[in-house]
Design a protein around this ligand. Structure first.
Ligand SMILES: *Cc1c(COP(=O)(O)O)cnc(C)c1O
Length: 375
């Protein structure tokens, strides 16, 4: 049987042409191509500002710093996510406070957030798991009630929308990843969107050492003295990264509709296989289709993963609930049974091969394999 990988990027001629243009230019680091990418993303997300960065982790980190979050503060988030959501909070100096997720979607349960708020709580970091947006209207209402910031971990969700709301529109910032397997990719990269002009005045210098001028400015205006106004980090995006991303932004709707077709093909193909559950899609929601997970019986999950791998079908687990990983367990004393919905999903989930160029035949093959394995 031929190999079906878990993920394949589909960067091609347009991206090669675009990166060639960047290489022929003078500025390899942050410059006009980054600016062009930032404008395209801000327009796509219908917000004022986009800031290209080196990773989503860095975007989460400096978003929290820009809100003044640090030592002694608490930030509410979900245990059903990639570890970077929580490590960015720790990196900012704060303590991640987990709230359990909805059993049928895996997203943070907005109805449980209020109970986790203390005097020290400063912000909420919701994660749009798999590409399904959280209920941002509900989360916005809670943030208003307790005067909290909102930083969305939108690593899975560029194209998503819920109740007419896009990532970032009801938050201080939404953070994106352009890591190797994400919907938009340049190997490693990230960024954030915001509608807040004042916040952007803090974020822009903060993402580049706190400097008031860039290398591209120097190239344009000649050398002028620059200042360091505030403490900053080093997580800017380069022209090379932006050059790879720009053509992908132009065809983002086409690629999403292709992934939606593949998802529908999976949904049809998995129908009637006993013991396979697909996460619920709430109404008024446009799914960004980053991952295609299925949930099986916890006692069979590892068996299914191994059997698929034996058949040369790529699978991964997104994610085992992170509060039970050794670091968090040791640091905060978490035990099993604390966040039961997240733990259940973490014990039952596996992500199937899913990428733009995946053929319908491959989807059918994967579904047949699962049917046979679970029989
Ligand atoms: C990929 C990912 C991140 C980290 O993104 P980087 O760009 O690699 O820093 C954060 N959160 C979630 C949910 C992710 O999937």
């Amino acid at each position: 049987m031929s190999r079906i990988p878990f993920y394949l990027h589909n960067l091609g001629d347009e991206e090669i042409e675009s990166i060639t243009r960047a290489l022929r230019g003078e500025i390899l680091t942050t410059g006009d191509i980054v600016k062009e990418f930032e404008s395209a993303m801000a327009a796509y997300l219908r917000q004022q500002h986009f800031l290209g960065m080196s990773s989503c982790t860095a975007a989460l980190h400096i978003s929290l710093k820009s809100l003044g979050i640090g030592e002694g503060d608490e930030v509410i988030t979900t245990p059903m996510t990639f570890i970077a959501t929580a490590t960015a909070i720790i990196e900012a100096g704060a303590k991640p406070v987990f709230v359990d997720v909805e059993a049928d979607t895996g997203n943070i349960d907005a109805d449980k957030i209020a109970a986790a708020v203390t005097d020290r709580t400063k912000a909420i970091v919701p994660v749009h798991l798999y590409g399904l947006m959280c209920d941002m209207k509900k989360i916005r209402a809670i943030a208003d009630r307790f005067q909290l910031g909102i930083v969305e971990d939108s690593a899975h969700c560029v194209e998503g929308e819920r109740d007419g709301v896009k990532p970032g529109q009801l938050a201080d910032t939404a953070c994106f990843s352009f890591y190797a397997t994400k919907n938009l990719t340049c190997g490693e990269g990230g960024g954030l969107v915001t509608n807040n002009n004042e916040l952007m005045k803090i974020l822009r210098p903060m993402h580049l050492h706190g400097m008031t001028k860039t290398a591209a400015d120097r190239q344009k205006e000649g050398y002028k003295h620059w200042d360091m106004v505030d403490f900053g980090w080093k997580c800017n995006m380069s022209n090379l990264q932006a050059a790879l991303l720009l053509p992908q932004v132009r065809k983002i709707e086409q690629t999403l509709s292709r992934r939606e077709q593949i998802a529908q093909c999976y949904i049809a193909g998995l129908q009637g296989i006993k013991g396979v559950q697909i996460p619920h899609l709430p109404k008024n929601t446009r799914h960004a289709r980053h991952l295609f997970p299925i949930w099986v019986d916890a006692t069979k999950r590892d068996y299914v993963v191994n059997e698929l791998q034996k058949r040369n079908i790529g699978v991964v687990v997104n994610y085992r609930a992170i509060h039970l990983l050794s670091y968090f367990k040791n640091k905060y004393g978490f035990r099993e049974g604390t966040f039961v919905n997240a733990e259940n999903i973490g014990n039952r989930t596996l992500s199937l091969p899913f990428y733009n160029e995946m053929s319908e035949d491959s989807v059918v093959l994967v579904c047949d394999a699962i049917r046979r394995i679970l029989k």
